[in-house]
Design a protein around this ligand. Structure first.
Ligand code: C2E
Ligand code: CA
Ligand code: CA
Ligand code: CA
Length: 279
């Protein structure tokens, strides 16, 4: 930056200072948000492509900041990961979905699996498995109700540790999914090593497969390999009828995206399920 003259350099340092201040502010706000219960979860339906039934949901964090309004998880999760605040957030999410699952069961809603996103920082915690087991027992919940989503890039790091951790979670009876598949440059061959149930094809492939044969080939290959390993495939970010038709033709099992529903509050989700029952 220096060869462009002093101005650029000054600009750069002041920007850096600003982002550091910004991070500290978000950090401070997250601590407050945990104390003051500012987080909520929204639930996005995942649909069986063959039957059209809602078979699962993904829980997604929402945060309404008292001064700034809605802040995206894409903004605050990375900061939470850097500062170890992801642990208390992750714990809050886990307890919240267990509680919600129990409420839905009591209300007599059809059984749906709830998926939560687990960050690498949580995943590397040595007591993660015991912790989840403890929380499930506290809420008297069948482990099969809970699905953990870990990203493909996570699954590729610390391979031996990740494998052991996944196996323990599997032994507990949880469902395991690999998220954002296709973005992490792992080989399809690597999948056979992982004790996982579900592969989620990243949204970028679903969007591009309509125009680009390369992306369609990837989608096709992932479905074929996943099925040969008895895994189910979820397509993420399905927005159009055309995308859904292609996925159906290719034998994809499940779909998630705005075409079916955006993420909904618990109440909105209940209403949706009730209206579907009357179909
Ligand atoms: P993700 O796990 O890949 O979640 C899917 C994201 O795609 C969500 O964004 C969802 O709202 C969005 N989405 C769903 N359908 C469509 C569609 O048809 N089109 C488009 N364009 N987008 C769609 P969201 O809720 O903003 O979350 C962003 C990311 O933040 C998530 O990506 C996940 O990595 C992270 N995240 C969210 N909640 C949690 C959490 O509780 N814990 C952790 N560790 N990460 C979370
Ligand atoms: Ca996810
Ligand atoms: Ca994803
Ligand atoms: Ca993602």
């Amino acid at each position: 930056a220096k060869e462009n003259g002093g101005n650029t350099y000054c600009f750069y340092t002041s920007e850096l200072k600003k982002t550091n201040e910004e991070k500290l502010y978000i950090q401070h706000s997250i601590r407050k948000a945990l104390k003051q219960n500012e987080f909520t979860l929204h639930y996005q339906p995942i649909v069986d492509i063959e039957t059209g039934d809602i078979v699962a949901v993904e829980a997604l964090l929402r945060w309404y900041h008292p001064k700034r309004g809605w802040i995206s998880p894409a903004t605050f999760i990375p900061i939470a990961e850097e500062t170890n605040l992801i642990q208390p957030i992750g714990d809050w999410v886990l307890r919240k979905v267990c509680e919600q699952s129990k409420v839905w069961r009591k209300k007599g809603l059809p059984h749906v699996q709830i998926g939560i996103n687990v960050s690498i920082k949580q995943f590397l915690q040595a007591d993660l498995v015991e912790h989840i087991e403890h929380v499930l027992r506290t809420y008297d919940l069948d482990p099969f109700c809970l699905k953990l989503e870990i990203t493909e890039s996570m699954a590729m790091h610390h391979i031996d540790y990740v494998l052991a951790q996944l196996q323990s979670l599997k032994n507990l009876g949880l469902q395991l999914a690999v998220d954002d598949f296709g973005t992490g440059y792992s080989s399809l061959n690597y999948l056979k090593k992982l004790p996982i149930d579900i592969i989620k094809i990243d949204r970028s492939f679903v969007q591009d497969m309509v125009k680009h044969s390369y992306d369609l080939s990837i989608v096709r290959a992932v479905i074929e390999v996943a099925h040969s390993l008895q895994m189910k495939v979820v397509a993420e970010g399905v927005e159009t009828e055309e995308q859904l038709a292609i996925l159906k033709r290719e034998g994809c099992d499940r779909a998630q995206g705005y075409y079916f529903s955006k993420p909904l509050s618990a109440e909105q989700f209940e209403q949706l399920v009730q209206s579907e029952k009357g179909r």
